[in-house]
Design a protein around this ligand. Structure first.
Ligand SMILES: C[S@@+](CC[C@H](N)C(=O)[O-])C[C@H]1O[C@@H](n2cnc3c(N)ncnc32)[C@H](O)[C@@H]1O
Length: 225
């Protein structure tokens, strides 16, 4: 797959916590409005089977995490995020849903606090769009490390626009990246292939002009490749 040119990342990791601490109370306003469609497709592609061991990296305020819990009532679901303020919203949301078989904790996508070959599924949404392109493959390899052989990775990311009306979001990012939480459009499918994922597929989704992608890959090792 071709790698399209990407805008440079402009939110250094050292500023993520500070930025997402002030974004946390308002995060869901935009997320619900423009990301719901792609998030739904991501959960559909994740295809959680009850009883699985599931990890969401960068769980944020828990908008997807609550669905993972609902789909996995007899399994085990973990969530990590770098920002305590975002995690507090996720904890409240998960507690309201009334499940007990999960854990939410501080954690860094670059160095996940889990053993090798632990998870059937890793879900990761709207985080790669703030990482420098040079970090994509190392972080994807870290996701691959904690996946069981044959495990699935599903990502949902802000994507480069495919229509003129999508470009408003790129303009906002160019003007002041923190307005979009430091997120710009990325296309990660070729990087999944570089990080040795198989069966890679991608779909572009637009909602209220906001461009997203949903990307799927499988860690080799079990089942038909
Ligand atoms: C735009 S929010 C998305 C939250 C959630 N995934 C969603 O889709 O609603 C980005 C999240 O990524 C988290 N994040 C950024 N870099 C991270 C890293 N290296 N490890 C873990 N979480 C990270 C931020 O703290 C923030 O909660």
């Amino acid at each position: 797959m071709q790698k399209p040119p990407l805008l440079p990342a402009r939110l250094p990791k050292s500023q993520v916590q500070q930025t997402y601490t002030w974004i946390a109370p308002v995060h869901d306003l935009l997320a619900v409005l423009v990301e719901a469609k792609a998030r739904r497709l991501g959960l559909q592609w994740a295809d959680v089977q009850d009883g699985e061991t599931v990890l969401e990296v960068a769980v944020g305020t828990g908008l997807s995490f609550r669905h993972l819990l609902a789909q996995n009532p007899t399994g085990w679901t973990e969530g990590v995020d770098l920002t305590p303020a975002m995690l507090r919203f996720a904890e409240r949301r998960a507690a309201r849903a009334g499940h007990a078989n999960y854990r939410l904790q501080l954690g860094d996508a670059y160095d996940l606090p889990f053993e090798d070959d632990t998870f059937d599924l890793v879900l990761n949404s709207y985080m790669f769009d703030m990482l420098p392109e040079g970090d994509f493959v190392p972080v994807l390899r870290e996701f691959g490390r904690v996946l069981k052989p044959g495990g699935r990775l599903v990502q949902v990311n802000m994507a480069p626009g495919e229509h003129p009306y999508n470009s408003i979001w790129e303009m906002i990012y160019r003007l002041h990246p923190p307005l979009l939480g430091g997120c710009r459009g990325v296309a990660t499918a070729p990087f999944l292939e570089e990080a040795a994922f198989t069966k890679v597929r991608r779909r572009f989704v637009s909602q209220w002009t906001f461009p997203s992608e949903v990307v799927y890959g499988k860690k080799p090792g079990r089942g038909p490749e």
